[in-house]
Write a protein that binds this ligand. Structure first.
Ligand code: FMN
Length: 346
């Protein structure tokens, strides 16, 4: 699997998720089997580039190549400038966001709303490619199947992107109108794959190794992108990789191993966000990690009251030690339970 000059170790990608796929989480997922990670979106608005939020998003310290940065915006010239700005700060691949349904972006006609305006979408793609080409930086595109059920124009837009020089297209199998409701459909992704020569990545509702195999088979996609199912379960990438390679399930991680990974993630997380913000934003990662485990909901409620990083670390550590007295490996959660949890997150 290649994106431009970059050879990737496998075809399992962690999805860009604003407020989730920050540097520590990307590094954790890559360590646990993701072959590629795209950063949370960075706005094309220049006035926000020096904000704390954007500078944290543009922090790639210690991250392995290729560093991929997603940009979001509504204006072709601003998007071209945002691409150049991020390349100056270390981006080696630029991803254009035409997949995100967040209102904040869509009220300004960015993200997946761009799919409704093909001339504007085309102008943005062409401007970003022109800005990246002199640096040898590939441009990728992330989109949905279309704006609404009646307007599923993913194939048309993907063709436009390929002709404009885009190196890879990712398709989330829902329309903008659907948000995260209903089930992802894979026929449109299969149609995009059939229409293009560049790599196509399938995304949406991949929550288990078996589902991963099924989506690869139905779409013929070159790679898979996984978002919500990796929240609190970053080892899903190695589980899928193992299953695809051998046809056998990898046993769940040992409780003490999972504890170690989560504690290491927390340290990186506090390092990026600092004590105050770090403690508050770590709560969701801890909550995701324990929610489906026995007693996890009760622990989550107590843990949310803690105000200091050292207390969070101690509480998490004790809780996992107690779980380890009862179980050597993480108790398996059913696929249905995972799907319910994903629906809750959306
Ligand atoms: C909390 C959250 C934040 C997201 N932020 C972004 C984003 O910044 N850019 C983007 O292209 N997609 C974003 N997405 C969409 C995901 O990348 C992905 O397409 C979607 O969640 C479907 O995949 P999944 O079913 O594996 O979660 C976000 C999704 C979630 C749940």
């Amino acid at each position: 699997m290649r994106i431009g000059p970059f050879e990737l170790p496998n075809r399992l990608f962690v999805a860009p998720m604003a407020g989730v796929t920050d540097r520590p989480f990307r590094q954790l997922c890559r360590r646990l089997g993701a072959g590629y990670a795209v950063s949370e979106m960075v706005t094309s608005r220049k006035d926000l580039w020096h904000s704390l939020k954007t500078s944290r998003r543009a922090d790639h310290t210690g991250e392995a190549a290729p560093i991929a940065v997603q940009i979001a915006g509504t204006d072709a010239a601003m998007m071209a400038e945002a691409a150049a700005y991020n390349i100056d700060r270390g981006a080696q691949i630029i991803d254009i966001n035409m997949g995100c349904p967040a209102k904040k972006v869509c009220s300004k006609w960015a993200g997946s709303a761009l799919m409704q305006d093909e001339p504007l979408a085309t102008a943005i793609i062409e401007a970003v490619v022109a800005s990246c080409a002199p640096h040898g930086v590939p441009v990728t595109l992330k989109m949905r199947t279309g704006w609404c059920q009646a307007e599923r124009n993913a194939v048309r837009l993907a063709r436009i992107a390929e002709s404009a020089g885009v190196a890879m297209v990712t398709v989330h199998g829902r329309t903008r109108e659907q948000g995260y409701k209903g089930a992802a459909e894979y026929d449109t992704i299969a149609a995009v794959k059939a229409a293009l020569r560049i790599p196509v990545v399938a995304n949406g509702d991949i929550s288990s190794a078996r589902k991963a195999r099924e989506v690869l088979a139905t779409t013929g996609a070159d790679a898979l992108m996984i978002g919500r199912a990796a929240q609190g379960r970053p080892w899903i990438f190695r589980e899928i990789a193992h299953f695809l390679a051998t046809g056998e399930d990898l046993p769940p991680p040992e409780v003490l191993q999972a504890k170690q990974w989560l504690l290491e993630h927390l340290q990186e997380h506090y390092g990026l966000y600092g004590e105050f913000t770090g403690v508050r934003t770590a709560r969701k990662h801890i909550g995701w990690a324990v929610r489906a485990l026995p007693g996890g909901e009760a622990f989550r409620a107590q843990m949310n009251l803690l105000e200091r990083s050292e207390d969070q670390v101690l509480a998490l550590s004790d809780w996992f030690d107690r779980l380890a007295d009862l179980h050597q490996r993480l108790p398996a959660t059913s696929g249905a339970a995972n799907d319910d949890l994903m629906a809750l997150e959306a």
